[in-house]
Design a protein around this ligand. Structure first.
Ligand code: FHN
Length: 620
């Protein structure tokens, strides 16, 4: 083992033992205080288990992900050997990338023979990480195993992998090289892993699927133990056939619990389950950009640079750097992440058109602090309307970054209008990368922003606004709400458990419940007490619930979803609440069978969505 990897292996084993200690500590504190700590969920299960480890919107565990914003997706595998083109026996040419085996009907034996020739000898981990870094991409997610089942690391679970079934140097470990290079350059590394597996003989049959699942767990443990990924990006979770995909919400819940038991710091996407708001830590819109922050979940938009995920030599339909910059600004302004893909060729080289565009994007981000409009930003869509002329992101307490997309830059003497959705003042404004002046005047429902000069860039020009936004009252001294849980769904009789709940953030899933004495089905919880807003603004409450939820605020029933449902989001906005005052709140949740979830989040023009924090909740 090379010295570097020996050191990193030692560091990983130290990290693993610390994980074990934190889990023991967490379990101990949970037993003593009932409040629990975000040591991450032990791989516990059964009645009394709440699988929600923390609030992904605010936890230290997800802090890097929420701040880094921009990542590189890499689709690279045995399919890359074809470079997107396959000539059938009848001479017709079939084109696809990572789906080429399926889409072009390549017999498995032939596909395996082609994989034997796979030799990504030119794969240069340092160059790839440098390309990501130069593009301003702060994390990398590479396919460790796509739908074809071919593992890009020396897995011990089968011989269908880059070490045992290729022409690649058996002394090399491509994922280890990437991990070393990423660590050296301060880039987080994550792995894509497809649940759906076209190659594993045990996948298709219900009787043998458990054997596949066991191998899958073992492979994921290999990846975590061997490479210490910061993130796992699952895929191939959807209902499909050929082969039939038996992956279920229960499978997703069990896998998520298993993985968080291995590494409580791991970030996991929602395709670990069935791509729902209750699965994993974040949603994964693909080839699209949501028009607003996603309710109830962090999110990351993944996109190709051309039209193919894997390398396809015929596909030269490249997005321009301008499009990429504007996508990134739109996504950041809506509190999302952007995972932009490259598909290395069969030798492992990122195509030049990809590198050129990524380099242009990086230059834009590195110019005159324009990256401030992306990194570490949150959505401003509470304070201002999302403008048609570009995107507005908020950074910290007093900065808005208004990025005007070049076609909308105002003509001489003209202005762009910014619609305010809350009361704030603009104290100063400057155009980054320019000495021109900017005048900001109140106008109608907001502000007119009038620059004195021209656009600074072909993609977007950034106007930094220094503002005085509404200020919050000091954090409260709350410790949570009174939670009375019943071993029935009608709140009848004496509660089986009564505690002070610091937050309403429950992922009971299929096996858990509010207390060990309460079975996993047919239970209810009523939370009562008072809530203390920190802003005197319209307050939007978001619930994520399964099976039913009712929410009263200040005596008003504002959410009333008593039709038993699968995980569902409900929202209600309450006006007239004063900052610092306490208002009665009551939440009723019932679980009638199957899965159970109950999460209460809030947001306001000045406050991005998060689980309502303990400090603002008071028991009666
Ligand atoms: O089928 C895959 C596809 O090949 C690619 O990996 C994308 C990337 O998100 N995911 C699936 C399609 O949704």
């Amino acid at each position: 083992m090379r010295a570097v990897s020996a050191v990193s292996a030692v560091l990983r084993s130290v990290r693993r033992s610390l994980r074990g200690l934190s889990l023991l500590l967490g379990a101990f504190l949970l037993a003593v205080t009932g409040a629990g700590v975000s040591a991450g969920p032990a791989a516990a299960a059964g009645p009394g288990t709440n699988h929600a480890a923390d609030d992904p919107f605010t936890s230290s565990r997800t802090s890097w992900f929420r701040s880094d914003k921009f990542g590189m997706f890499i689709h690279f595998g045995a399919y890359s050997q074809y470079e997107g083109e396959y000539t059938r026996a009848d001479g017709t040419v079939c084109r696809n990338a990572e789906w080429i085996k399926r889409s072009c009907g390549i017999p498995m034996a032939e596909y395996e023979a082609a994989a034997r020739q796979f030799n990504p000898s030119a794969f240069d981990a340092n160059a790839i990480v440098t390309a990501a870094k130069n593009a301003g991409q702060k994390y990398i997610v590479i396919t460790s195993k796509h739908h074809d089942g071919y593992a890009m690391w020396p897995t011990k679970q089968n011989a269908w992998n880059l070490r045992d079934h290729s022409s690649f140097d058996p002394g090399r470990d491509l994922l280890a090289e990437l991990k070393t290079a990423a660590d050296a350059q301060g880039i987080k590394l994550g792995f894509y892993y497809s649940i759906w597996d076209w190659h594993d003989p045990d996948f298709p049959d219900a009787a043998t699927f458990p054997k596949y699942r066991t191998r899958m767990y073992a492979q994921l443990k290999e990846l975590i133990d061997g490479y210490d990924p910061a993130l796992l990006w699952f895929d191939g979770e959807w209902d499909t056939d050929n082969p039939v995909n038996r992956w279920s919400p229960q499978d997703g819940a069990a896998l998520e619990t298993y993985l968080r038991g291995l590494d409580p710091q791991l970030i996991i996407n929602n395709r670990v389950g069935k791509r729902r708001v209750v699965d994993g830590d974040y949603g994964t819109p693909e080839q699209e950009i949501p028009g607003a922050p996603v309710d109830g979940q962090l999110w990351e938009s993944c996109m190709t640079l051309n039209n193919s995920w894997g390398y396809a030599k015929h596909d030269n339909n490249w997005k321009t750097a301008t499009t990429v910059v504007q996508n990134l600004l739109d996504i950041s302004s809506r509190s999302g992440n952007y995972l932009l893909n490259v598909g290395p060729d069969k030798l492992g080289r990122i195509p030049a058109p990809s590198l050129n565009r990524l380099g242009d994007v990086g230059r834009w981000l590195n110019t005159a602090g324009q990256g401030s409009a992306v990194y570490g930003t949150g959505g401003a869509t509470g304070l201002v309307a999302d403008p048609a002329w570009g995107a507005v992101a908020r950074k910290g307490h007093d900065k808005l970054y208004a990025s005007v997309f070049t076609p909308s830059w105002p003509a001489a003497g003209q202005a762009v209008h910014l619609t305010a959705k809350a009361s704030f003042t603009v104290n100063s404004a400057r155009v980054l990368n320019s000495s021109q002046t900017v005048t900001v005047t109140r106008a109608g429902d907001g502000f007119d922003i009038r620059p004195s000069g021209g656009a600074t860039d072909g993609a977007a020009s950034v106007i930094e606004l220094s503002i005085t936004p509404p200020s919050p009252t000091a954090p409260g001294t709350g410790t949570g709400l009174k939670a009375e849980s019943f071993a029935n769904t009608t709140f009848a009789g004496t509660p089986a458990a009564t505690v002070t709940d610091p937050t309403i953030n429950k992922a009971y899933r299929f096996d858990g419940s509010p207390a060990a004495a309460i079975p996993a089905d047919n239970f209810a919880t009523r939370w009562t007490g008072s809530i203390q807003p920190r802003y005197g603004e319209p307050l939007t409450f978001t619930t994520v619930s399964d099976d039913t939820v009712r929410l009263w605020v200040n005596g008003q029933l504002v959410i009333d979803n008593t039709t038993p449902h699968v995980p569902q989001v409900n929202k209600a906005t309450v006006t007239g609440l004063q900052a610092g005052q306490k208002y009665a709140i009551k939440v009723e949740h019932t679980e009638q069978g199957g899965e159970a979830h109950m999460k209460l989040l809030w947001s306001s023009p000045s406050m991005e969505q998060s689980v309502v924090p303990r400090s603002q909740l008071y028991a009666p």
